[in-house]
Design a protein around this ligand. Structure first.
Ligand code: SF4
Ligand code: MG
Length: 336
């Protein structure tokens, strides 16, 4: 049997006025039940697009999708809109950066928690209210009985984020997709929300995809890590492996720009010059090659002509040999 969620060779392209954006280009990964996969990358790396595609929330008119997305035995790319609707909020739920994406200002929080639950499960109003109050309690909202009748604007930012998590948990989802869920919050509240998500995962056993640009946030949350660059996965491994012994030049740069990771990587050494490429005309070969300092080590024109593939398991998509990666890491990247 395959993984709980298995994504294979996913390609997502949008047509725009300027041309075709190759937003995701041949992406594969697995997520197991009860585990957290962190997907990290800059904006435009394809991480959010990937997850909207899993949820079937992309625009059908302008998007072309290839590949396979299999969730618990169900193939999602061929599922009907009706099947996807049933899946969302039931089997899969999403937590966004901005709670107001999910919560309407016009209805009470309680109503917004109860109604989808009634629709998905056929529960009575009373049962739904009971469940909503239970979930508001679980996410640490004080006086849930009273707060049930409040509108989202009566909640603080952190409390709104908790309410959205409560909403996501209403139907006991097997997969939770969290897209930069704490980015807008101050550091203390951020830490509280991350702890809360961890505790809830223990209790509910859901799989989580946690999307972020911040490796520091993910290092405490995830089991496995996928590093994305310009629509492709460039490195994969357990969090520990990727953070302690990163193998890809892009990950080296990413880690060195995050001093709060606490000296795992020699900070000042590897800043990434330039900016991510346009996905209208992505670079040939390795998409990172215009910004990479190691193309000469590879030699010839390999980096600019041949796409480096990402092997299964612990791997980095780079033409450097395993020995070269190891030597560069020990000599130049690892702090002493
Ligand atoms: Fe750099 Fe070449 Fe490796 Fe790409 S394949 S990361 S350009 S060394
Ligand atoms: Mg995003």
């Amino acid at each position: 049997p395959g993984a709980f969620l298995s994504v294979r060779d996913l390609r997502v392209q949008f047509s725009t006025e300027d041309g075709i954006v190759k937003a995701v280009d041949g992406l594969s990964f697995d997520v197991e039940r009860g585990k957290t996969l962190g997907i990290v990358g800059e904006s435009g790396s394809g991480k959010s697009v990937t997850n909207l595609t899993i949820l079937g929330l992309h625009s059908k008119k302008t998007t072309t999708i290839d590949g396979e997305i299999n969730l618990d035995g169900q193939e999602l790319l061929s599922a009907s809109e009706k099947e996807m609707e049933k899946l969302r909020g039931n089997k899969v739920a999403m937590i966004f950066q901005d709670p107001l994406t999910a919560l309407s200002p016009y209805y009470t929080v309680g109503r917004q928690l109860s109604e989808p639950f009634m629709k998905h499960t056929g529960a009575s109003k009373k049962e739904a209210k009971g469940r909503a109050i239970e979930m508001l309690t679980k996410v640490g909202i004080p006086q849930p009985q009273t707060r049930f009748n409040d509108y989202p604007h009566q909640f603080s930012g952190g409390m709104r984020q908790r309410a959205m998590i409560a909403m996501a948990l209403m139907c006991d989802p097997d997969l939770l997709i969290a897209d930069e869920p704490t980015t807008a919050l101050d550091v203390t509240v951020q830490a509280q929300i991350l702890d809360l998500l961890k505790d809830l995962q223990q209790e509910f056993g859901s799989a989580i995809i946690f999307i972020t640009h911040d490796l520091g946030v993910i290092s405490h949350m995830a089991d496995d890590l996928l590093v994305m660059y310009a629509g492709r996965a460039v490195e994969r491994g357990s969090v520990r492996e990727v953070i302690k012994e990163p193998q890809h030049p892009y990950t080296w740069g990413l880690l060195s720009s995050m001093p709060h990771l606490g000296g795992d990587v020699n900070e000042a050494l590897m800043p990434i010059p330039g900016s991510p490429p346009s996905l209208l005309t992505p670079p040939a070969g390795c998409r990172f090659h215009p910004r990479c300092g190691f193309t000469d080590t590879v030699g010839g024109s390999l980096c600019s002509t041949e796409r480096p593939l990402l092997a299964d398991g612990r791997a980095a998509a780079c033409h450097l040999t395993a020995e070269q990666k190891q030597t560069i890491f020990i000599d130049q990247i690892k702090p002493r």
